[in-house]
Write a protein that binds this ligand. Structure first.
Ligand code: SAH
Length: 361
């Protein structure tokens, strides 16, 4: 067994003092602890990192999202000024590719101010570097609530999966929240709250687990309320499922492999699959219109990823052409295999009720 890292020691001391913590609190610490949190200190993307995201696979992804965004802006009445916002921008690659293709839509480029909502100082530094020569200046915000007023075009790729969740387990006494406590050997271990959760009225066999992404739903409500009040759209892309079901999807990934989520907090990425049905309910409850979810494969094909790949391949060397074909398959292929994101990833748009249907849905 490896030595307990600094964050494990800190969480252990916290539990020893005040008792077990919720899974939500554990995830928030593992991902966002100011000194030891996973996103706070590192750049986890790419072949040398822990996982690869769509904008890092190919420029085609950010370019097509860029074309979509300028079209969505036009269909939303071409508001000027408008805020262009990305939640959790990672390395800043999507925004860079988006702003490059936006040069062909000067009226759009003229209307927007660009904001990045990012908690990690390490990733803010990477984003600053990536976007140093972008077509527009950008600024950074810590929370959705800080987005300046007015119509906003909000993009979120692999953002909602990074927000902490709560788990409830069905026992003969009722639903009890899953906690992180200390085992007999002093190691972090899962346990259950003593009290039952009277607000959960779901029938299920004993041992069933329910995963509730309370923070994701709160962020969605906040954005949907804003869109209904002042216009704009949200485009969210993530791995996830389209119907709320029983079961849990917490996973820890380090160096492209699954690891124990409690083993080395802060050193592995902790995520869950996104419950798109729950996000859509939160948006509709705020009065917004929801389009999708559709698969990423269908979305990107509808936006013309094949034509874009052909155009790029015409100007490419043979080796580059092979990379483009591989990227096309990874981003927009179909089937359940691990080498394509096309069907696992889903896309949803949230708009003002008066906005017409948007491309890709
Ligand atoms: N969109 C990027 C990165 C996805 S990883 C891409 O596709 O490559 C998740 C991103 O969300 C990281 O940038 C992380 O630092 C950020 N993040 C995680 N929790 C956040 C929060 N609560 N508020 C703002 N950003 C957050």
């Amino acid at each position: 067994m490896s030595a307990r890292n600094a964050l494990t020691q800190e969480i252990t001391a916290m539990i020893a003092q005040d008792g077990p913590i919720t899974l939500e609190r554990y995830m928030a610490l593992a991902l966002g602890h100011p000194r030891h949190g996973y996103y706070m200190t590192r750049d986890p993307f790419g072949p040398g990192g822990d996982f690869v995201t769509a904008p890092e696979i190919s420029q085609m992804f950010g370019e097509l999202v860029g074309v979509w965004t300028s079209e969505a802006w036009r269909l939303a009445g071409a508001p000027n000024p408008a805020q262009l916002v990305e939640l959790g921008p990672g390395r800043g690659t999507l925004m860079f590719d988006l702003l490059r293709v936006a040069r062909v839509a000067p009226d759009f480029l003229d209307a927007i101010s660009v904001h990045l909502v990012e908690t990690s100082p390490a990733l803010r530094a990477v984003q600053r570097e990536t976007l140093a020569r972008a077509a527009k200046p950008v600024d950074w915000l810590g929370r959705v609530a800080e987005i300046p007023p007015g119509p906003a075009l909000i993009l979120a790729n692999e953002f909602f999966d990074a927000l902490p969740v709560r788990h409830f387990v069905k026992t003969p006494q009722g639903w009890r929240e899953r906690l992180v406590g200390l085992g007999a050997d002093g190691a972090l271990t899962f346990g259950l709250a003593e009290k039952t959760e009277s607000a959960l009225h779901v029938e299920a066999p004993n041992g069933s687990i329910i995963e509730i992404a309370a923070q994701a739903q709160q962020v969605m409500s906040e954005i949907a309320r804003r869109i209904v009040a002042t216009g704009g759209v949200l485009l969210a892309i993530d791995y996830g499922y389209t119907e709320t079901t029983l079961g849990e999807s917490l996973q820890a990934v380090k160096a492209h492999d699954y690891v124990d989520p409690l083993a080395q907090p802060g050193e592995a990425d902790l995520t869950t699959h996104v419950d798109f049905a729950a996000l859509a309910r939160a948006a509709r409850a705020a009065g917004a219109k929801v389009q999708g979810p559709v698969t990423q494969s269908r979305f990107l094909h509808a936006l013309g990823i094949e034509r874009r790949a052909e155009a790029l391949a015409k100007r490419a060397t043979r080796e580059q052409a092979e990379d483009i074909a591989a990227a096309l398959h990874r981003l927009a292929g179909s089937g359940a295999s691990r080498d394509t994101m096309g069907d696992l990833f889903k896309v949803i748009a949230v708009t003002h009720p008066d906005t017409p249907d948007l491309p890709g849905f």
